[in-house]
Design a protein around this ligand. Structure first.
Ligand code: GLC
Length: 552
């Protein structure tokens, strides 16, 4: 058993724009985060991952970076960052930064130079190609944010590649100067004392020849190109290996077996990756995340169990239900309709995830059971992905009507996660004294941190307890995993085993009272945690949204 601090840690993700505004600008900032460190310490998390805080024109809320070594003026200054880092370290909290190096902003000086002429020394820092017949994109590679991944640049007449918005041109990792510039920037941050990186779409940095070829033909996505592994090993050797840090790669499209290449204990690449199979469990073959499909629990179990067993002993899992790109977990996999169902299902979902093997990630507000936002009109939407998808699927191709698309965005849009953190029941949930950049969810009056921190029955207190259990019981970190009842569409039951002990995790993913299946070990051993009082648990029945955990 290989002990490393990041295997025992719990990570909390902060989306700075929506966390806490200390100035009244309507946008969260670094001093706002510093103000709330004691809240995070009280919750018990070990690591804070900050979504990008660098200078950015904010086409994609900071995931389009125009200067990697400057703090966005909206968020404060480098001195504010240094204070935040020191204050976090004083409390034993680590800070992990978002590293967005598949692409830059089109306002980054590297890109401005690159686009200025075909012979500029930085021309080859980005990916430029001639069009087909001078007027069509080089090939049919699509952008993840709708439309073609190629944009024609009027000045030089060539097309540049952008896998995301056209304001996010992809860096050319084949160029050694690009790699060395990125590695020295990373070392600059590491030398400041940060504790690691979450690497944005890092599996897309290596682009196979076919993706870049001028052919006019469709191109498959590029989730696991061998070049990516070469670059990551070089990154490890040049930058990462000199520091005691954690790294997690965001890797859309990566399978569990590919994850062993990225995050294998002997891979010399990353410590862990974020898988997307679970997030895609209800995706539609034609319209992707934009749909009204409901997940099937048997699929959720199959995916989670596959990652648990295929990585056990050879690589490390990350565990998440939520982040700034996903709808709120309680609205998606639980029930946010009535207050009691919301609280019970939020706790059940937390139990199910936190008792698996891997490093758990909590996204701001998840620990309060925050819900999706009931958007009413296009005016409520801020996210470039939703706005582009609306343009493509409603205005351009009429795949959806206006109402259908709004319903799809209400279900799956990224703004659901980006509404301000709900601190208390005062105006704007205590997030800002100004006008918030995005509307506050009106349910803040009931769902807020102030109401939950002192309440031992709250979702917050339950997360606190789950985090504390992970610190107390090595079985949660190290045990192996076995799924029971794989085909049951309401119950998710699994065992974890370690050094002769067994943890039984029993979760009801429905609001129904069920009869308790025999042979699952219910009631054996001591009750570690439940979202019902011990006296409410019945040997013959499973309560709505029940989560119970026993240790023998
Ligand atoms: C990642 C980020 C997302 C961003 C995209 C492009 O998926 O999580 O928010 O839009 O990369 O950087």
């Amino acid at each position: 058993m290989n002990k490393q601090w990041w295997k025992e840690a719990v990570v909390y993700q902060i989306y700075p724009r929506s966390f806490k505004d200390s100035t009244g600008s309507g946008v969260g900032d670094l001093n706002g985060i510093t103000e709330k460190l004691d809240y995070l310490k009280d919750l018990g998390v070990d690591v804070l991952w900050l979504s990008p805080i660098y200078e950015s024109p904010n086409v994609d809320n900071g995931y389009d970076i125009s200067d990697y070594q400057a703090i966005s003026r909206e968020f404060g200054s480098m001195a504010d960052f240094d204070r935040l880092l020191a204050a976090a370290h004083e409390r034993g909290l680590k800070i992990v930064m978002d590293l967005v190096v598949n692409h830059t902003s089109n306002q980054h000086k590297w890109f401005m130079e690159s686009r200025s002429s075909r012979v500029n020394p930085k021309r080859d820092w980005y990916i430029w190609r001639d069009g087909v017949d001078g007027s069509r994109p080089p090939n049919k590679l699509g952008s993840i944010f709708s439309g073609s991944a190629w944009e024609k640049d009027a000045g030089t007449g060539q097309y540049y590649l952008h896998l995301f918005a056209k304001e996010q041109p992809d860096l050319n990792w084949r160029n050694p100067e690009v790699r060395s510039a990125v590695f020295s920037m990373m070392k600059w941050w590491l030398d400041k004392g940060i504790d690691g990186f979450r690497m944005d779409v890092i599996n897309l940095i290596g682009k196979p020849d076919e993706a870049l070829a001028i052919s006019g033909e469709p191109v498959d996505p590029i989730p696991n190109d061998k070049l990516t592994h070469t670059y990551l090993q070089e990154m490890r050797c040049e930058a990462l290996s000199h520091y005691d840090i954690m790294t997690v790669g965001e890797t859309p499209g990566v399978t569990a077996s590919a994850a062993r290449q990225f995050a294998g204990f002997d891979a010399n690449e990353l410590n862990m990756v974020f898988q997307f199979e679970l997030m895609d469990v209800d995706a539609d073959p034609k319209t992707g995340k934009w749909n009204q499909n409901r997940y099937r629990l048997s699929d959720v179990k199959k995916i989670m169990s596959k990652w648990q067993t295929e990585l056990h002993g050879v690589a490390w899992n990350s565990l998440y239900w939520n982040n700034h790109d996903q709808p709120r977990v309680v609205s998606r996999f639980g029930d946010d309709f009535c207050a009691e169902c919301r609280v019970r299902s939020a706790k059940m979902l937390a139990t199910c995830l936190h008792l698996m093997q891997g490093t758990p990630y909590i996204y701001q507000g998840e620990e309060l059971g925050m819900t999706n936002f009931p958007i009413q009109s296009l005016d409520d939407i801020r996210d470039v992905e939703s706005l582009n998808a609306y343009r493509e699927l409603v205005s351009e191709s009429a795949v959806f009507s206006h109402e259908q698309m709004l319903a799809a965005i209400r279900k799956s849009g990224r703004d659901n996660a980006r509404t301000p953190m709900q601190w208390d029941k005062t105006a704007n949930a205590g997030f800002t004294t100004g006008v918030p950049w995005i509307t506050v969810n009106p349910n803040y009056v009931e769902i807020n941190a102030e109401a939950q921190v002192q309440d031992s029955a709250s979702v917050f207190s339950y997360y606190k307890k789950l985090i504390a259990l992970r610190k107390q019981y090595p079985i949660i970190v190290h045990g192996d995993y076995e799924l029971l009842l794989p085909d049951d569409e309401r119950l998710f039951v699994y065992h974890r085993c370690f050094e002769g002990r067994t943890l039984l995790v029993f979760c009801n993913f429905s609001g129904e009272t069920l009869s308790r299946p025999s042979g699952t070990g219910f009631g054996r051993g001591s009750l570690l945690i439940s979202n019902y009082a011990e006296t409410e648990l019945a040997a013959a029945l499973v309560q709505p949204w029940e989560a119970t955990v026993y240790l023998t």
